[in-house]
Design a protein around this ligand. Sequence first.
Ligand SMILES: Cc1cc2nc3c(=O)[nH]c(=O)nc-3n(C[C@H](O)[C@H](O)[C@H](O)COP(=O)(O)O)c2cc1C
Length: 183
Amino acid sequence: MSKTLVIAGHPDYKNSIANRAILDEFHRLVPEAEIVYLDAEYPDFNIDVEREQKRLVEADTVVFEFPFWWYSAPSLMRRYFELVLSYGFAYGSTGTALHGKKLILSFTTGAPEAAYSPDGYQHYDIESFIPQFRALSNLCGFEWQEPIISFGMMLLNPDDKGASERVFAEAKNHAERLKEAVN
Ligand SMILES: Cc1cc2nc3c(=O)[nH]c(=O)nc-3n(C[C@H](O)[C@H](O)[C@H](O)COP(=O)(O)O)c2cc1C
């Protein structure tokens, strides 16, 4: 059976709404997948590289799950890239440990989809922000999969029932898409 590893890179799941809802639902749908909450395991950013590399080696499909922060992955997710995807493991002539594993980027944005266009207030399409991850995937020899993205997932006022229902429905849909992608 193929093994899925989700690296959850939100720096603060206690205060997460969207990503927590996505991963709770994903866990319900795919209980056999391993989910690593980096903020719980490494609150001080001291990532156990050997342990995380072993988890990667054992996986067939890897998911990087995070909220889009400042047009990229948040610092904890990036710290994971910096430390775990090391030379000789993830890249370089002997760095072949990740070759052939599927990689799925899964993230949420605060801004609505319409904002991510040349005419929108973010000025760029969301695709403009993906090449850095695609390059990482290429260098590591991952098999790149279509990213799974949910837009407009920032709940400014949790008392706004309509907005809250929409975010939770989107989160459920996101988890279902992720389930399809890992199967
Ligand atoms: C520090 C910070 C930076 C953010 N940067 C962006 C951004 O660049 N683009 C965007 O669309 N939303 C941005 N947001 C909004 C988050 O993407 C949004 O709150 C998140 O996806 C909601 O997920 P959560 O409930 O799991 O935290 C940012 C939020 C924070 C706190």
